[in-house]
Design a protein around this ligand. Structure first.
Ligand SMILES: Cc1cc2nc3c(=O)[nH]c(=O)nc-3n(C[C@H](O)[C@H](O)[C@H](O)COP(=O)(O)O)c2cc1C
Length: 326
């Protein structure tokens, strides 16, 4: 097994600087475990584990533990939506710590409370950022590393190129991980050459044997080119990268005029955000496993350009590791 030493592998205690990023609804236990077992690190998405894949949270973590003894991580979405949501996230973090997880990836908000819980237990927190000002906020909250989400990423993409982002973030002195656009070993090598300490992949790991996405969704990733990826506001209310299917073409990518008005106004913004968030949870769950509806949304990033076959997740990690050997 080839291993590659970077600031990420040394800090997190893994062999290959490849993170399988959290994916709602695509992160299932078998996928998370397969990436970790091959020497990278799989990140659990709590809502995906419980609501989509039907596990009680602790039972889901224990299943992953039975599949691999290697480190795994957990995603903490820290958006200030509701008190009940935050309370649930806090409980997820505490349970994850009790179950031995020591690597946390935070997105969307101030990660300070996560750092305060995780650090005393000897854990690490990496924070998703799309630009320098969010990195400064995350580092002020005490995070140990940054995940630089670029303009080629799946999920909610950033606005900057991988090269521009690493330039903007390198002087903080913490490991910076490239998220977005990495579909093959060549782009992995390029990211390391640019100065990244590792990569976080989403889309590449959907097109794997272990991911429980519908076969039609995986095949759409294999067939797509980067020109087929569009940003739609219609799922979550903010631009989300999806494959342009006939359905997406028909309904367009903008929200309707009433929703647009509600998103713009202070009084209605919170309500419409909540409506979209709840609806997207249901819509994306349906799109994941069915794959036969003509109204599905298939999330994917521009890394589709480098994805030409469905592979075992461990093979992806091992190919990347082999390609990065000097
Ligand atoms: C289907 C899908 C769902 C995602 N869901 C989440 C999520 O729940 N939380 C999160 O922090 N990032 C999420 N992401 C972002 C990924 O963790 C990762 O940063 C991104 O996919 C990297 O870009 P790539 O798809 O080009 O590899 C998602 C990405 C995809 C493709």
């Amino acid at each position: 097994m080839s291993s590659i030493a970077t600031a990420l592998t040394r800090q997190v205690g893994i062999e290959v600087p490849v993170i399988c990023g959290a994916m709602y609804p695509c992160s299932n236990p078998e996928l998370v475990a397969a990436v970790s077992d091959a020497g990278g690190i799989g990140v659990v998405q709590p809502l995906s584990l419980t609501y989509v894949h039907g596990y009680e949270f602790t039972a889901g973590l224990r299943l992953i533990r039975r599949l691999t003894a290697k480190p795994i991580g957990m995603n903490v979405l820290i958006e200030q939506s509701s008190k009940a949501y935050l309370e649930r996230m806090r409980r997820f973090v505490d349970t994850a710590l009790e179950e031995g997880i020591r690597f946390f990836v935070t997105s969307l908000g101030n990660p300070r409370w996560v750092v305060e819980r995780v650090r005393p237990a000897g854990g690490l927190v990496y924070h998703d950022v799309t630009e320098r000002k969010w990195a400064e906020k995350g580092l002020a909250g005490g995070v140990d590393g940054l995940i630089a989400v670029n303009n080629r990423a799946g999920g909610h993409a950033g606005g900057k190129s991988p090269a521009a982002l690493v330039e903007e973030l390198r002087d903080f002195g913490v490991p910076v991980v490239c998220a977005g656009g990495i579909g093959d070993a060549a782009s992995f090598r390029t990211a390391l050459r640019l100065g990244y300490a590792g990569v976080q992949l989403g889309t590449r790991f959907i097109a794997t044997d272990e991911c429980r996405a519908a076969p039609a969704y995986k095949q759409a990733i294999v067939d797509a080119t980067d020109a087929d990826i569009v940003l739609t506001e219609r799922v979550t209310g903010v631009p989300l990268a999806v494959i342009r299917t006939p359905f997406v073409e028909r309904v367009g990518t903008r929200v309707g005029p009433i929703a647009r008005w509600m998103f713009r106004h202070r009084r209605t913004k919170r309500l419409i955000r909540t409506v979209y968030a709840l609806r997207s949870i249901w819509k994306l769950k349906r799109s994941l496993m069915d794959g036969s509806s003509t109204r599905d949304y298939w999330q994917a990033g521009k890394s589709v350009a480098g994805i030409h076959e469905i592979l075992p997740a461990g093979t992806v990690v091992r190919r990347f590791a082999a390609a990065a050997q000097p």
